[in-house]
Design a protein around this ligand. Structure first.
Ligand code: SF4
Length: 444
């Protein structure tokens, strides 16, 4: 049986998709005839040829202007095409993408759906493949019940393998000892500076933040260090993006040893909990160029309610120590957390200004309520008086809520707009690098 793994439009086409590369490597060692198609990349290459050429050799001078144009144009195109799919019409480049699938002559097509923005195009592709009698399988964090009605759902690569070959039981499958990215090329980045994604564990070990769904139903398990080392050696790339949500200090130091030996440049995402100056210096010396910190708020009451396990003083110290160690700090903030007041919002803005010297890029978001979070399950603890769910055609129901106190979502959005320029002044890198973080890693 020939299996084709597909990554659908639409998401940022800057790096190979981790999940597809991981499943591909796993199926290969289990002797499955498997191929890949990154249709998200193919869509962007067809639709944005000029931008593709630009990002293959970009310069900083006009980066902000070009990326602003690209972001505006691409989000318009994504939205128009999603509307077409909802109406049952063909999205753009559909015939070309279907032809690419046909040319691979698959018996089974497996989709990895990581973002809800990929659900629409995946649905359209599955409907067409179903008509042609090609069987489809789906998996990934953005899968919803509507997609499950159209294709077989597999929870992980072991279930997929068992679906492909029922004689291989999950406990009898071979496990790959590295991830092979050799089939992934031509992303929106200089080819010689390709940034590859890597994971070191199954999920976040902390699992406590009240707004977070990332760790749902997943056991924490660390991948062997040899797996990380071999993945880096075999793929021969200078730039690595650790996409784990959080890595603990001891493990970070073990990883740093590998990275130092390999002479690579890397980045990771961390919760700003206590990290010693020595640790941060060791990480920097090993090639860690930037850290993306989940700061979220500059107000201790809100941080406590979020269950972040951090506080203002600690965060400030970590940012300072990280900066002194030579690491670039990217900061995630979340406005409009239930009960957050206008004064607490402004305290976060002041916190960012006070730590201006140590911050290189700020990425803001507005809180959104999601199923499977502590807040959704216990809204009373967060002064949410009512949750509303509105059905949608393709995506899961849209969730909104009424609050007893604090800013509403709309008020937080307006306030963020009001302080947009103040926040942007803090950035030392083009703010559009929040869209293409990989680009921040490769520039000097
Ligand atoms: S927000 Fe980050 S640190 Fe907190 S539980 Fe989620 S993944 Fe873990």
């Amino acid at each position: 049986m020939k299996v084709l793994l597909i990554y659908s439009p639409f998401c940022t086409p800057a790096t190979p998709p981790y999940a597809i590369a991981n499943i591909y490597s796993f199926l290969k060692v289990n002797s499955v005839d498997v191929d890949i198609l990154d249709l998200n990349l193919e869509f962007h290459k067809l639709k944005f040829p000029k931008e593709y050429d630009y990002y293959r050799d970009f310069i900083l001078e006009d980066y902000e202007e070009k990326t602003n144009e690209f972001m505006k144009e691409s989000s318009k195109i994504y939205s128009e095409n999603n509307k077409k799919i909802v109406k049952g019409e063909k999205p753009e480049s559909f015939d070309e993408l279907i032809e690419l699938i046909r040319s691979k002559k698959p018996d089974l097509v497996a989709f990895s759906v990581v973002y809800s923005s990929q659900v629409f195009y995946t649905k359209a592709l599955i409907e067409e493949l179903n008509k042609e009698g090609i069987k489809c399988v789906i998996g990934g964090p953005a899968i919803n019940d509507k997609l499950k009605e159209k294709a077989t759902f597999c929870n992980n690569e072991f279930e997929l393998l068992n679906h492909i070959n029922s004689s291989i039981k999950p406990n009898k499958a071979k496990v790959h000892d590295y991830i092979d990215f050799s089939s992934f090329q031509d992303y929106f980045i200089k080819e010689k500076n390709k940034v590859l994604p890597i994971k070191t564990c199954t999920t976040c070990y902390y699992k406590q933040c009240a707004f977070c769904t990332h760790h749902q139903h997943t056991c924490y398990y660390e991948f062997p260090l040899e797996f990380i080392e071999k993945t880096i050696t075999k793929n021969n790339s200078k730039y690595w993006f650790f996409i784990d949500d959080m890595i603990h200090e001891k493990r970070l130091l073990q990883i740093a040893e590998i990275m130092k030996q390999k002479k690579v440049i890397w980045t990771c995402q961390l919760r700003p909990t206590k990290f010693s100056k020595e640790t941060l210096q060791t990480l920097s010396d090993s090639g860690l160029k930037m850290i993306i910190w989940g700061v979220e708020s500059g107000n201790d009451r809100v941080l406590k309610l979020m269950r972040k396990g951090t506080n203002k003083i600690e965060i400030s110290q970590i940012l300072k120590d990280s900066h002194i160690a030579g690491i670039k700090n990217v900061i995630y903030t979340m406005f409009g957390f239930p009960t957050e007041t206008k004064e607490e919002f402004i305290e976060t803005i002041k916190f960012l200004q006070e730590n201006n010297e140590y911050i290189d890029l700020v990425s803001t978001s507005i809180f959104g309520l999601q199923k499977g979070t502590v807040i959704y399950d216990r809204p009373d603890l967060f002064e949410i008086k009512k949750i509303h769910e509105k059905k949608r055609t393709v995506l899961e129901p849209k969730i909104t809520y009424d609050v007893e106190s604090g800013l509403t979502n709309e008020e937080a959005t307006k306030l963020r707009q009001k302080y947009k320029k103040t926040i942007e002044k803090i950035n030392k890198y083009p703010k559009t690098m929040n869209f293409f973080r990989e680009h921040m890693l490769i520039i000097d």
